[in-house]
Ligand binder design. Structure first.
Ligand code: FMN
Length: 187
């Protein structure tokens, strides 16, 4: 099963990076599939380790998907890495093998540590809609403007019905990002 997580890595000089990544979840092994042009991929190759953070804070997903923001964090326990402060729980990983295709890598990792901070509240429809909108926002180049606005309107309605302040703020952030992207003519 693929779990939507926030993956944190360090570069060779110790600068943290956070990005949402779907991870094939296992007790002893995890598989992450970063595109080869991501910082996550470069850092995993450079340092050989990373941290997979599970959180129900969808604002952290929206921010880390689209910006180089340094989300609040603290040092990992068993690897050279950082844990997202908003993580409900996390696993610390060491890379074992790197495979995959030309565009997207498949990186197998051994679980060497982890921790727990609070219960995972769960994803309701509103949180789920934000996650879908965040994925869409990272793939604007693959869609027309009208497709994007139609999808955003649908997600927005779900958030209005079932979300709270965090989900509404995240949707607003994603919408503004997409609007700026199309205005800048990057389509
Ligand atoms: C929920 C979610 C899951 C994602 N899963 C992946 C993934 O498995 N692999 C990937 O390369 N990008 C994935 N992305 C897109 C990356 O998070 C996005 O391209 C990000 O900007 C990469 O950041 P980085 O260059 O700092 O590593 C996902 C985005 C979201 C919102």
């Amino acid at each position: 099963m693929i779990v939507e997580t926030i993956f944190s890595t360090l570069n060779a000089s110790g600068q943290p990076n956070f990005a949402p990544m779907g991870v094939v979840w296992g007790k002893a092994e995890m598989i992450v599939r970063p595109f080869r042009d991501t910082i996550t991929y470069r850092n995993l190759i450079e340092t050989g380790c990373g941290v997979v953070n599970v959180t129900d804070n969808v604002l952290s997903f929206a921010h880390s998907a689209l910006s180089r923001v340094q989300l609040p964090h603290f040092p990992a326990l068993r690897v050279r890495g950082v844990v997202l402060e908003e993580a409900c729980y996390w696993r610390e990983l060491e890379v074992t093998t790197v495979g995959g295709g030309e565009e997207r890598a498949e990186i197998r990792c051994r679980v060497v540590g982890g921790g727990w901070q609070r219960d995972f509240l769960g994803f309701n429809r509103g949180k789920n809609a934000v996650i879908e909108a965040a994925i869409l926002a990272t793939r604007l180049h693959l869609h027309s403007q009208s497709e994007v606005w139609a999808a955003f309107q649908h997600y927005d309605e779900i958030v209005a019905k079932t979300g709270g302040g965090q989900e509404r703020e995240a949707m607003q952030y994603l919408y503004e990002y997409a609007r700026r992207w199309f205005v800048a003519g990057e389509s």
